[in-house]
Structures are given as structure tokens and as C-alpha cells.
Write a protein that binds this ligand. Structure first.
Ligand code: ADP
Ligand code: MG
Length: 60
């Protein structure tokens, strides 16, 4: 994904999809769930290069 998309990825209602297709809530909600569990969520991506999300959660 582009660096501009990367900057806004976790913001509510941010989507690059067409109107009526994307909600922009998927990653915002994921981030919230992970954060509530005391975890972290990192993303690695490049333009047209695929995307990797890394979620780390504490054991207890
Ligand atoms: N796996 C992915 N690869 C590339 N871009 C992604 C990926 N996941 C999310 N994105 C980008 O982040 C935006 C926000 O994602 P998300 O919060 O899931 O909302 P939505 O899927 O409804 O657009 C997407 O519109 C897309 O531009
Ligand atoms: Mg999504």
C-alpha cells in the first residue's frame, strides 16, 4: 500500500475502497481489540508489495 494509506490505516472510516464497499472500520476495530488486551499491532508494507500485520499479545 502507499505511504499515504499507511499513515491513516488505523483511523476510523478511512478507506480506499469505493463508496458502499469499504467501511474503514476493520483495522480500527482490530487495533482497538488488540490494544484492550495490552498488545501491539504493527504493519509492514510497500507499494504493490504485499502487506504483513504483526500482532503481539501478552501471555497473561
Ligand atoms: N492487507 C491489506 N493490504 C493492503 N491494503 C490494506 C490491507 N488492509 C487494509 N488495507 C488498506 O487500509 C484501508 C482500511 O482498511 P479497513 O480498516 O479494513 O477498512 P476497509 O476494508 O473497509 O476499507 C483499506 O481501504 C485499504 O486501503
Ligand atoms: Mg478491511
Amino acid at each position: 500500500m502507499s505511504s499515504e494509506t499507511l499513515e491513516h490505516l488505523f483511523e476510523p472510516f478511512f478507506t480506499t475502497k469505493e463508496k458502499g464497499v469499504g467501511t474503514g472500520l476493520g483495522l480500527f476495530i482490530c487495533y482497538g481489540i488488540v490494544e484492550k488486551h495490552g498488545g501491539t499491532m504493527d504493519v509492514a508494507s510497500g507499494l504493490n508489495a504485499g502487506t504483513q500485520f504483526k500482532i503481539c499479545l501478552p501471555v497473561s
